[in-house]
Design a protein around this ligand. Structure first.
Ligand code: TXA
Ligand code: MG
Length: 329
């Protein structure tokens, strides 16, 4: 049985003790819930892959409270320092070169000579990481290939008894995984879109490239960027301009002009069949709701989920990235 611990000071300390003894703990961050283990403990890191049923050893992000701690494990990098000053703690992950004798498990790097590091902003995550006194490797706390969790209930639904302890603290505010930027090469390269946008980063470090591939191949540099990902069980139909009566509708903005195939308006559909990411068309609100609403509609087992068009600007780029992956699976 998993234990769900409300994030009181005493429980945060207890969760940190679990980490130090090699156990897994799911914990809240502002992006999504993470499934954490002591990043310096090979066996603990390996048990993350087992619990998630991850088919391959895709590298993991190690979480630290601040930049100073990050620099114990990675080779110093001036771009990272500039970006951390503005965006850390926050939803931004750096890929940096590992220091020789880096204490973080090679398994967390999946054998690469680089390391993913992030300092989350969530106050519970901050207190927890400080109490752990060790970097915490954590992917999203869901079964591999399924939707990322933004509530403790999602974690429990997806991982069940595979997660012994869940530190619970409400809904993740950002709702999308962190932006991942590779700073280990000659030019910074954006590997995953997130709440910190390409423009935010370019303002500080100049032009960057996007979605790099391993030289001379089609293989994405970031193994986690394989297309099959973030998938609900119900098929998604993107950029829907109408909805059929046996579909669920995931709306964005005003639903007034959304028609039902064959006649009628979406506003006539049953209430639980329709969720709106943001009635006012606010992309931040939509990102925060995305995974939770997909989860909810997925449980209703409609033929498919029709998703209205999301503008491809700002945070909309990251939302569309997740939707396209979810639809491909
Ligand atoms: O918001 C987040 O980033 C959440 C929370 C828990 O922090 N974590 C998360 O972890 O989304 P995960 O494991 O689902 O995604 C990590 C991404 C993957 O796409 C992985 O391939 C990439 O980071 N990654 C990790 N280490 C890497 C490395 N050394 N080189 C390239 N990509 C790396
Ligand atoms: Mg994930």
């Amino acid at each position: 049985m998993s234990q769900i611990l409300p994030a009181t000071d005493v429980n945060i300390q207890a969760a940190a003790t679990e980490i130090k003894s090699g156990q897994l703990v799911a914990f809240p961050t502002e992006t999504v819930y993470g499934l954490g283990a002591d990043a310096t403990n090979d066996t603990a890191v390996a048990s993350i892959f087992a619990a998630k049923m991850r088919p391959d050893f895709n590298p993991l992000i190690s979480h630290v409270p601040d930049f100073k701690t990050a620099m114990k494990y990675a080779v110093h990098n001036s771009w990272a320092e500039v970006l951390a000053q503005v965006f850390w703690p926050g939803p931004l992950t750096f890929i940096l070169k590992r220091k020789t004798n880096c204490a973080i498990s090679k398994l967390a790097s999946a054998g690469l000579d680089t390391l993913a590091l992030r300092a989350p902003e969530h106050p519970t995550a901050q207190t927890f990481l400080k109490a752990c006194m060790t970097p915490v490797a954590a992917p999203s706390a869901n079964r591999s290939g399924s939707l990322s969790p933004t509530t403790p209930q999602h974690v429990l639904q997806s991982l069940g008894d595979n997660v012994p302890t869940i530190l619970a603290d409400g809904m993740s505010e950002v709702g999308l995984e962190s932006t991942v930027i590779d700073l280990s090469g000659d030019t910074p390269c954006l590997l995953r879109h997130g709440a910190i946008t390409q423009e935010d980063i370019e303002e500080l470090v100049g032009p960057i490239s996007v979605s790099c591939h391993i030289e001379g191949t089609d293989a994405p540099k970031s193994p986690g960027q394989l297309l099959k990902h973030y998938a609900p069980n119900t098929p998604l139909r993107l950029n829907a301009v109408d909805v059929s009566s046996d579909e669920a509708l995931l709306g964005f903005g005003n639903l007034k002009f959304m028609g039902i195939t064959g006649g009628g308006f979406a506003t006539d559909l049953s209430q639980d069949q329709v969720l709106n990411l943001s009635p006012t068309g606010d992309l931040n609100e939509a990102a925060g709701n995305l995974f939770a609403m997909l989860h909810k509609l997925d449980l209703l087992k409609f033929k498919s989920i029709a998703v209205m068009n999301i503008p491809n600007t700002g945070l909309g780029i990251a939302i569309n990235d997740r939707l396209i992956r979810a639809a491909k699976a």
